[in-house]
Design a protein around this ligand. Structure first.
Ligand SMILES: Nc1nc2c(c(=O)[nH]1)N[C@H]1C(S)=C(S)[C@@H](COP(=O)(O)O)O[C@H]1N2
Ligand SMILES: [Mo]
Length: 402
């Protein structure tokens, strides 16, 4: 196996800066080098307003709330059922890497694999392709509302409600790739590792890795997977914390022992007295697997509306099947009415809901509450944990009507 660093370097495209450099080593630069002995030591990058660092994202960040390396979706820009790729939130632990598809390889290895394998992109494309419509949510979505809803601040990215999206994903099942390598009877965990700067990784139990809905997605909403969402290949683990959906997937480690790394010992774990780690686990809390039932309005926060009738909408989602009911309250939760759930209703997707509101001048608090088919609903009391994950109390939404 080649060392990780070497492989990573091979897989980078030219950065924008490299491109600017390469472009400037044309006749003018050659002329400069010939006439000026010190040209070698001078920067050939023309002075300009651009940052000399490679851009953090491929996509245009302007429609998003920008949060250091992350882009938060403004839900009010999503009117249809799916989140368009250019509006889909980005959660990056390091800048979006540019992977060369020609040299890309996905390694399958570990003591739980029968053989070590390296799969190139054409091989992944030649496996049976599955298409699912699934929502993806960061476990820390809503964390920025923790102080308002619980009275305490939680550490981590201070997301509002836009670290969630829903897309159509296509690619081979993770199981079909694992079956090419062969899974040993003693295998228990599968750790997925990204090719980005931090080598972001996350382990899941074998049963979840083998689930037919757990994909290696190569396409998103009918397009080639965009760079910011993991080109050329990412895992999609429906219903589970977004941290399992590893972008720029480079390595799959199949292990006969539980796998521990910072993403299931200190991050993406529930830390608090009521959430003890598993016996003997070197972790601060129990790892987050499934997400929780939630709903949010597609409105700016706070919203400003003109008096009169408004058709309002939002998105509701549950990890174990579609949301079957969404209630809404025009008065901070004193009275509740039934919202309409709009078709399509798909098992792994979010549901779009809507209702009519006659807005009277003044300050209002709208609230929504979703319930799934199994009866799971948004709880009155928040699930308190140190890092503020999985917050899902019915969300009060301030609306000023004037
Ligand atoms: N390689 C890699 N995969 C990653 C991440 C990352 O930083 N690097 N972030 C994870 C987290 S925490 C989330 S919530 C999702 C977000 O996916 P998106 O950026 O496509 O919306 O990607 C996950 N996969
Ligand atoms: Mo996340």
């Amino acid at each position: 196996m080649k060392p990780k660093e070497a492989r990573r370097n091979e897989t980078h495209h030219l950065t924008r800066r490299d491109f600017v450099r390469a472009a400037s080593v044309g006749p003018a630069a050659v002329w400069m080098a010939a006439c000026e002995p010190e040209a070698e030591t001078r920067s050939l990058v023309p002075p300009g307003p651009e940052s000399p660092r490679p851009p953090r994202w491929e996509k245009d960040p302007s429609p998003f709330i920008q949060r250091t390396l992350n882009l938060e979706t403004r839900l009010e820009l999503i009117d249809g059922f799916l989140t368009p790729n250019e509006l889909f939130f980005v959660r990056n632990h390091s800048p979006t890497p540019r992977i060369d598809p020609a040299s890309y390889e996905l390694r399958i290895e570990g003591d739980g694999a029968e053989t070590d394998l390296s799969l190139d992109l054409p091989t992944l494309q030649s496996l049976p392709q599955r298409t699912i419509t699934a929502y993806l949510e960061c476990a820390g979505n809503w964390r920025g509302l923790y102080p308002e809803l619980t009275g305490t601040r939680a550490s981590g990215g201070q997301w509002s409600t836009g670290a969630v999206g829903c897309a159509e994903w296509s690619g081979p099942s993770l199981a079909s790739a694992l079956e090419l390598a062969g899974v040993r009877p003693g295998a228990v965990d599968v750790n997925l590792v990204g090719l980005d700067g931090t080598g972001f990784e996350r382990a899941m139990p074998l049963a979840k890795a083998m689930h037919p809905d757990t994909l290696i997605a190569l396409r998103m909403n009918g397009e080639t997977l965009p760079a910011d969402h993991g080109f050329p290949a990412r895992s999609v683990v429906p219903g589970w914390s977004g941290s399992n959906s590893i972008k720029w997937l480079g390595r799959i480690q199949v292990s006969t022992e539980r796998v521990w790394n910072s993403n299931n010992t200190t991050s993406y774990v529930l830390i608090g007295e009521q959430w003890p780690p598993d016996d003997h686990a070197p972790a601060q809390g129990g790892p987050i697997t499934e997400l929780v039932v939630k709903s949010a309005l597609a409105l700016p926060r706070p919203a400003r509306l003109a008096p009169g009738p408004h058709a309002l909408h939002g998105f509701a989602h549950a990890p174990g099947g579609p949301v079957s009911a969404v209630e809404w309250s025009p008065d901070g939760g004193s009275t509740w009415l039934e919202a309409t759930i709009v078709e399509p209703i798909l098992p792994l997707a979010w549901q779009r809901f809507e209702f009519e509101w006659e807005a009277m001048p003044g300050a209002h608090t709208l609230v929504t509450r979703a319930t799934d088919a199994a009866g799971n609903t948004q709880p009155a009391e928040p699930l308190m944990n140190e890092k503020g994950y999985l917050l899902n109390v019915p969300l009060p939404h301030p609306v000023q009507v004037e």
